[in-house]
Write a protein that binds this ligand. Structure first.
Ligand code: GLN
Length: 197
């Protein structure tokens, strides 16, 4: 299986390392061009700066091909800024300047919503059906999911708050499983992408 990591900006090496650590005959490749996108069977959208990634998606000519592959059912695991890029709606912040989004996950998010004093923290996340106890959620200038619409399914929570949603094979997380050293979510996503999950 050829797995891609969108490699325009953000924590790309961490996702590549997380997939490489899983083994299991998966090849992980950076995706920077439409040709590279065409070759992958599943894609990770990393965390980073969603405005920058959105701009680079347009400049690299990847926006339209990515939109098309999403429509065709490409499995995608998006973390943090990646989730923002997939959201149907961003609640407009006072600062403005929010990115254009691909809109495939029926959620409304608010960027950087955990406050400047707590830009970064770790907390346990409960993931539906995941064995082995709470998942260590690493939150870095994370967006908050304000609304989950009928087109999306909440499957990960921090206390009462939704921090992970999916729509078919498209997953969006406000936290960073690639930074926690816990392989369970990458593993489960890829098993699901192959139709095993
Ligand atoms: N704050 C970033 C944004 O709004 C996301 C942060 C992250 O991906 N760790 O794009």
């Amino acid at each position: 299986m050829i797995v891609g990591v969108l490699a325009l900006q953000g924590d790309v090496p961490e996702h590549r390392a997380a997939v490489a650590r899983l083994g299991g005959g998966r090849t992980v490749r950076p995706v920077r061009t439409p040709e590279e996108l065409a070759a992958v069977e599943a894609l990770f959208l990393p965390g980073g700066e969603s405005t920058t990634i959105a701009r680079l998606l347009e400049e690299s000519g990847l926006w339209a091909p990515l939109e098309r592959r999403l429509r065709e059912g490409l499995p995608v695991l998006a973390t943090c800024a990646g989730l923002i890029l997939l959201a149907r709606e961003i609640e407009r912040g006072a600062s403005g300047g929010d990115p254009r989004t691909l809109g495939v996950l029926d959620v409304t998010v608010r960027r950087n919503d955990y406050g400047s004093q707590r830009e970064s923290f770790e907390d346990g996340v409960t993931v539906d059906g995941l064995d082995g106890g709470p998942f260590p959620g690493v939150f870095i200038r994370a967006p908050r999911i304000l609304r989950v619409g009928p087109g999306a399914h909440a499957f990960a929570r921090r206390g009462p708050e939704v921090v992970g949603v999916r729509a078919g094979k498209v997953w969006g997380l406000t936290f960073h499983p690639e930074l926690s050293g816990d392989p369970r979510l990458h593993e489960r996503f890829l098993a699901d992408a192959l139709g095993e999950g």
